[in-house]
Write a protein that binds this ligand. Structure first.
Ligand SMILES: Nc1ncnc2c1ncn2[C@@H]1O[C@H](COP(=O)(O)OP(=O)(O)O)[C@@H](O)[C@H]1O
Ligand SMILES: O=C(OP(=O)(O)O)[C@H](O)COP(=O)(O)O
Length: 401
């Protein structure tokens, strides 16, 4: 794969649209983890240093094509400014009057951030014409495009896929660095190769399993992902996260894993809570006996040991998705146990370990674990997984053209 990089672009005095991934966790207007903002800084700084007028665009959450103050990038503009050490002008719309006038006022070396791309229905539209019409408006704000939102390169969205077709373009430093690491995992992973999957984007990430089964030796499933597997095996999962419409698909994965000799490891116990709350009353129960009125919010102690033992001799580990609702201290133990198992394996020099995903990376930091305890922490979960599947990612393909 050959992607043009920043060095191939003439940016001085030009308006450069940078597609970043600034999808950070928020509590109200407070950013609880700024990892993705920090990861976007080197590329923006490089462009500032070269005298570009930098127009940053990004998404936050899933507002589904409508303006919703809950998903405003306003708080992110403030934090980005602090990290850059210069003001970031914030446009209160994406391609409207505010965006145009904010961009028009930019001097060389100044930075603006547009409002959440996903306020615009064209951004994520499956209708090519609608998506392209929005892409043209977005491209109209700039003269050059830099793709640096690694966490979103698996999305065929206007800002990721269509805009680079309309402007001279290059990959930013973050995308280049992320791809370099993931290449290592796809080309010749040391074995046993284990993938640990969890998190809450169950529907999205179940899709990657079909292709991963031909590449990995072990697949450990925890977090919100596990309950669809347990249900597919015929167990009741109470009020736990469940992707009912994908049960047949999951039964297929269980059969295929067995056929291929891939060890598919599921929780044997879980913390079953009466409600979804930080102080929820809960008990450790067998994963085959989750009461109907309870929801599984973390993997249990036996599962933590089981997962750690399956990672103890791995040569390569990719982990995406927390093992439980780590944001609540009472349900963060499973995520901590998996993270610590990876750190131990990395320290022994025995494995190449990669953590991917906004929340997984945030969990590592929230739990006070050392970021340099892993071989790499990726800003993209779904994006990394789809890369490991061997898929062509729309946002990377667009940067190659
Ligand atoms: N058992 C569970 N039930 C509900 N939510 C869960 C469970 N386990 C993990 N989660 C949630 O998954 C979210 C992260 O999922 P996801 O976005 O898929 O991860 P990443 O951002 O690392 O790719 C976290 O907010 C966490 O609280
Ligand atoms: O958080 C993200 O992905 P991740 O949770 O897979 O790491 C990216 O910002 C993409 O967001 P999306 O999954 O809503 O398209």
């Amino acid at each position: 794969m050959s992607m043009r990089t920043l060095d191939d672009l003439d940016v001085k005095g030009r308006r450069v649209l940078v597609r970043a991934d600034l999808n950070v966790p928020l509590e109200g207007e407070t950013i609880t983890d700024d990892g993705r903002i920090r990861a976007s800084v080197p590329t923006i700084k490089a462009l500032v240093g070269r005298g570009a007028k930098v127009v940053v665009c990004a998404h936050l959450g899933r507002p589904k094509g409508k303006a919703d103050p809950k998903y405003s990038l306003g708080p992110v503009a403030g934090r980005l400014g602090e990290l850059l050490g210069q003001d970031v002008a914030f446009a209160t719309d994406v391609v409207g009057d505010s965006a145009r006038s904010t961009v028009d006022k930019l001097q060389d070396g100044q930075v603006a951030l547009l409002e959440n791309l996903r306020y615009e229905p064209g951004e994520e539209s499956k209708d090519d014409a609608e998506r392209r019409a929005f892409a043209e408006k977005l491209a109209g704000l700039a003269e050059v495009y830099v793709g640096d939102g690694f966490g979103a390169v698996h999305r065929k969205h206007a800002s990721v896929y269509d805009v680079p077709r309309l402007l001279p373009h290059a990959a930013g430093g973050l995308v280049v660095a992320e791809v370099e690491v993931l290449k290592k995992l796809t080309e010749s992973p040391e074995r046993p190769y284990a993938v640990v999957l969890g998190g809450a984007k169950v529907s999205d990430k179940l899709g990657v399993i079909a292709n991963l089964l031909s590449k990995v030796d072990r697949l450990l499933i925890g977090g919100g992902m596990a309950y669809t597997f347990l249900k597919a095996q015929g167990h009741e999962v109470g009020r736990s996260l469940l992707q009912e419409d994908q049960l047949d698909q999951v039964r297929g994965f269980l059969a295929e894993a067995a056929e291929r000799g891939v060890e598919l490891v599921l929780p044997v116990d879980v913390l079953a809570a009466v409600t979804f709350a930080p102080d929820a009353e809960h008990d450790v129960v067998e994963s085959t006996a989750i009461p109907a009125d309870r929801e599984g919010l973390d993997i249990g102690p036996k599962t933590r040991e089981l997962f750690a033992s399956k990672l103890a001799d791995a040569g390569t580990v990719f982990w995406n998705g927390p093992m439980g609702v780590f944001e609540f201290d009472a349900f963060s133990g499973g995520t901590r146990a998996v993270a610590e198992a990876l750190i131990a394996r990395t320290a022994e020099g025995g494995a190449f370990t990669v953590v991917g995903g906004g929340d997984s990376a945030a969990a590592v930091r929230r739990l006070g674990l050392p970021e340099d305890g892993f071989s790499h922490i990726s800003t993209g979960g779904g994006a990394s997984l789809e890369y490991l599947e061997g898929k062509t990612l729309p946002g990377l393909a667009a940067l190659e053209d």
